[in-house]
Design a protein around this ligand. Structure first.
Ligand SMILES: *Cc1c(COP(=O)(O)O)cnc(C)c1O
Length: 399
C-alpha cells in the first residue's frame, strides 16, 4: 500500500453537509434570526421563509404544504406517526399493528412500548433477500389493524420495499400506512401520492443536510397527535420555536438531491456494482440483501471467520470510515437485528461490513476499498481460531 486515501463510506449513518445546504442556512443565523411567531418585520421575514420552505419540501414529495410537519429528525417523526395512528386506532378498538422485524430502532422501540401497553404487533418476515412479501402482508391485515408501518429502504442492508404496492393494499383496506423513508429520500424516487403513503418520515442529515431536522408528512384527513406540548407552531402538532436555519438547509439539500437524483443514482449504482464485484472475489463472503432492489449507495457484506469490529478498526487505520451495520448497536455484543431478520446465523452475523458510498466516490476509491478489505480480511482470518477450525474441517463453512 503506497498512499492512504481518506474515504468516508458511512453515508447511511450521516452525510457531510453540502455547500448549498450550508449557504442556505447562514442568512437565517446572521440576519433573519427572528422568531417566526413574532409580528415585527424580522419575525415576519422568518415566517415567510418558513412557509416557503414548507412549500418547497412538499413539492419534492408530491405533497401539499399543509401536510408537512417539521420535526427534530427521523426518530421524532417515526415516534409521532406511530403513536398517532396507534392511539387514534385504539379509540375505535383497533389495537393491532403490522410492521417488519428489521425496522430502525426508532420504529421498533416505539412498537415495543405499545406492546407493553397492550397493543399487538405482527412483524412480517423480510426473507433472505430483505424484502416483505405482499401475500404475507395481505394475510396479516385484520379488522382491528390500526397501522401498517414498513420502512422504504433499510438502513443496514439497503433493500428497497415494494412501497407503492404495500400502500395500495393498505388503502384498499382503509388502514393507515406509515413509511420510514429516511434512507430513501434523495436517493430513490418517492412521491407520496403515487406511492399511496399516508405518513412518511424523513431526516435531512441522510441527504447532505443538517442534523437535528426532519419532516413528518401526514396526508390530509389522517389524524396526528402531538408528542410535544407547548406553543401553536406547526398547526399545533409540534410545539417549539422552529429551527429555521436547519429547515432552510434541509430544504436546499432536498431540492439539490431531488434535482440530481437520476444522475447521482446512475453514477453511484455503477460504483456500487464495482464494489460488490470486487468484494465477491473474497472467498467465503456474501452480499446481504437483494442485489437489485437496493439503494444505489449501499453495500453490506458478511465474511466468514472474522469479527466485524476488528475489521472496522483496521480499515480506519487505512483511512476508510465504515460500519458493521448499525451505529446504534456498536459497543454491544449482539449481532445486528437486521442480519438475524434475514436469516444470517448468529455465528457469522458478527462478521459484517456496511459501506455506504455517495456521488463523491471514484473508481479509484472503490478499488482502494476492495484492495484494503481483501488485505484486512486475509490478515484477520490468519489470526482467527474460528477460521483455523473452518479450514481444517473441524467446523462447516456456511458461506
Ligand atoms: C437515521 C435514521 C433514522 C433516525 O433519524 P434521525 O434524524 O437521526 O433521528 C430513522 N430511520 C432510519 C431508517 C434511519 O436511517
Amino acid at each position: 500500500m503506497d498512499k492512504i486515501m481518506y474515504l468516508y463510506a458511512d453515508n447511511a449513518a450521516t452525510t457531510r453537509m453540502s455547500r448549498t445546504a450550508i449557504d442556505a442556512m447562514l442568512p437565517y443565523m446572521e440576519e433573519i434570526y427572528g422568531n417566526p411567531s413574532s409580528l415585527y418585520t424580522i419575525g415576519q421575514r422568518a415566517k415567510e421563509a418558513l412557509e416557503d420552505a414548507r412549500a418547497r419540501v412538499a413539492a419534492c414529495l408530491g405533497a401539499n404544504p399543509s401536510e408537512i410537519i417539521f420535526t427534530s429528525g427521523g426518530s421524532e417523526a417515526d415516534n409521532q406517526a406511530i403513536y398517532s395512528a396507534a392511539y387514534t386506532g385504539a379509540k375505535k378498538g383497533k389495537k393491532h399493528i403490522v410492521s417488519t422485524a428489521f425496522e430502525h430502532h426508532a420504529v421498533l422501540h416505539s412498537l415495543k412500548k405499545l406492546e407493553r401497553e397492550g397493543f399487538e404487533v405482527t412483524y412480517l418476515d423480510v426473507h433472505e433477500d430483505g424484502l416483505v412479501r405482499l401475500e404475507e402482508l395481505k394475510e396479516a391485515l385484520r379488522e382491528d389493524t390500526a397501522l401498517v408501518t414498513v420502512m422504504f429502504a433499510n438502513n443496514e442492508i439497503g433493500t428497497v420495499q415494494p412501497i407503492r404496492e404495500i400502500g395500495a393494499l393498505c388503502r384498499e383496506r382503509k388502514i393507515p400506512f406509515h413509511t420510514d423513508a429516511v434512507q430513501a429520500i434523495g436517493h430513490v424516487p418517492v412521491n407520496v401520492v403515487d406511492d399511496n403513503i399516508d405518513m412518511l418520515s424523513l431526516s435531512a442529515h441522510k441527504f447532505h443536510g443538517p442534523k437535528g431536522i426532519g419532516v413528518l408528512f401526514v396526508k390530509r384527513g389522517v389524524r396526528v397527535l402531538n408528542l410535544i406540548e407547548g406553543g401553536a407552531q406547526e398547526r399545533g402538532k409540534r410545539a417549539g420555536t422552529e429551527n429555521l436555519a436547519a429547515i432552510m438547509g434541509m430544504t436546499a439539500a432536498m431540492e439539490e438531491a431531488c434535482a440530481k437524483l437520476e444522475e447521482n443514482s446512475r453514477t453511484v449504482t455503477a460504483l456500487r456494482e464495482r464494489l460488490i464485484d470486487g468484494l465477491l472475489t473474497i472467498p467465503h463472503s456474501a452480499l446481504n440483501g437483494s442485489r437489485e432492489k437496493r439503494l444505489p449507495g449501499n453495500v453490506n457484506f458478511i465474511f466468514e471467520g472474522i469479527e466485524g469490529e476488528s475489521l472496522l478498526l483496521l480499515l480506519d487505520d487505512r483511512g476508510i470510515s465504515a460500519s458493521s451495520g448499525s451505529a446504534c448497536t456498536s459497543g454491544s455484543l449482539d449481532p445486528s437485528h437486521v442480519l438475524l431478520a434475514i436469516g444470517r446465523p448468529h455465528e457469522i452475523a458478527h462478521g459484517s461490513l456496511r459501506l455506504t458510498i455517495d456521488e463523491s466516490f471514484t473508481e479509484e476509491a472503490i478499488d482502494y476499498i476492495v484492495e484494503n478489505v481483501k488485505e484486512v480480511v486475509t490478515y484477520l482470518r490468519g489470526m482467527s481460531p474460528v477460521w483455523r477450525d473452518l479450514v481444517s474441517g473441524k467446523k462447516q463453512f456456511q458461506l
